[in-house]
Ligand binder design. Structure first.
Ligand code: GN1
Ligand code: MG
Length: 352
């Protein structure tokens, strides 16, 4: 994207300091995200929201802003300056909207960048797993009294297994022969796991699992840490909406316990790290055990397997659909991502 475009969009927002430089942050698969450095004390994140994936962008922005405001309201004595370092802060544009929209250049939003923070694509330290568990616990606690009827379903059926199987079945119908051939082994694994992978969905449909405000994209790269491994907050709240805790616990475990990155193609590096599982679970339960129901506590390990599986299924589906959803950088990228997740399930199944 042209620098002039970035600057002119950034300047639609009511930021305190002037643009100095920018760089693109490439970790996300959906939106375009830029770090804007300024000539002052505050730097910003500028984000272009993917309208193909997110059909109701205004609803999405409203969800994010309401959630942040709710979390901020939990600290009535903290100054804005302090809160801006620990909670996401959305900047308004000139007409007081928390997004900017212009024909042809999509929807954009701006947040304050939390300085001196780091993210991790892979966890290499048990303390990060433990701190990550506490962060999710805090997030769920802080939002537990938030009236979730104020939130829209940003992506309906996002983690609905039956729905993901339907999408997968139709991708098989329309896939090319060559992609089907390359995916054949994995199509078999999906069939073998189908029943087990519906257990949590069936419990949810039967009303046995409480509906809470959930984050829904808790991969570890969506948590901010200090350089000395303390959790700061969860970021990327695009998919905050009503859900069940299994989604958040499972998706975090999926990435924290993978000894390799999600895009790693050398599958010998992909293993499930049980120590990190235990550390994450410890941090998570320290914060939540008194508020979780018996059912919620019972299926945490199955939640991990289910969330690894649902991502494998979604990557495989996108591969069979000729890569229309996730950003990819080479022909078999989505198939490789799916293989990585299937390897993780195999390793998980030997350990838990
Ligand atoms: C997508 O855009 P990003 O990277 O935050 C996806 C998640 C997946 C993740 C896999 C809206 O998240 O569900 O877990 O990729 N988000 C959406 O890395 O589909
Ligand atoms: Mg996301």
């Amino acid at each position: 994207m042209k620098t002039e475009t970035i600057i002119s969009i950034f300047n639609e927002f009511d930021h305190q300091f002037n643009y100095k430089s920018h760089s693109e942050l490439n970790s996300g698969h959906i939106n375009d995200t830029f770090l804007i450095k300024t000539d002052g004390d505050t730097n910003y994140i500028l984000q272009r929201i993917n309208q193909v994936v997110f059909k109701d962008v205004l609803g999405l922005v409203n969800n994010k802003v309401l959630t942040s405001n709710h979390i901020r309201s939990k600290y009535p004595n903290a100054s804005d300056e302090v809160l801006n370092k620990t909670v996401l802060s959305f900047i308004k544009e000139k007409n007081s909207n928390s997004y900017y929209h212009k024909e042809g250049v999509n929807f954009w939003n701006v947040m304050i960048f939390i300085d001196d923070s780091v993210t991790h694509e892979i966890v290499k330290d048990e303390e990060i797993a433990y701190e990550g568990g506490k962060l999710l616990g805090d997030f769920l606690n802080l939002t537990s009294d938030f009236d979730s009827s104020q939130l829209i379903d940003v992506i309906p059926n996002f983690h609905n297994m039956a729905f993901r199987f339907k999408q997968y079945a139709s991708s098989i119908q329309s896939a090319s022969k060559s992609r089907l051939t390359k995916a054949a082994d994995y199509i078999q694994i999906v069939a073998d796991l189908k029943e087990e992978m519906h257990i949590l969905q069936n419990l949810k449909d039967a009303g046995e699992i409480p509906i809470r405000v959930t984050h829904n994209d808790t991969k570890i790269s969506n948590s901010l840490f200090t350089e000395d491994n303390k959790g700061i907050c969860m970021i990327d709240t695009d998919t905050v909406m009503p859900g069940i805790i299994y989604y958040d616990f499972g998706d975090a475990i999926r990435t924290i316990c993978n000894t390799a990155a999600e895009d790693e193609t050398d599958l010998s590096k992909v293993e499930f790290n049980l120590d990190y599982y235990k550390a994450y679970e410890k941090g998570f339960l320290e914060k939540t055990k008194d508020s979780l129901t018996e059912v919620e506590l019972k299926y945490l390990p199955l939640a991990a397997k289910t969330m690894i599986f649902i991502m494998a299924l979604r990557f495989l589906t996108d591969y069979l659909n000729n890569d229309t959803y996730y950003k990819t950088t080479y022909a078999d990228h989505n198939l490789d991502r799916a293989k990585n997740q299937f390897k993780l399930i195999e390793s998980f199944s030997k350990k838990l």
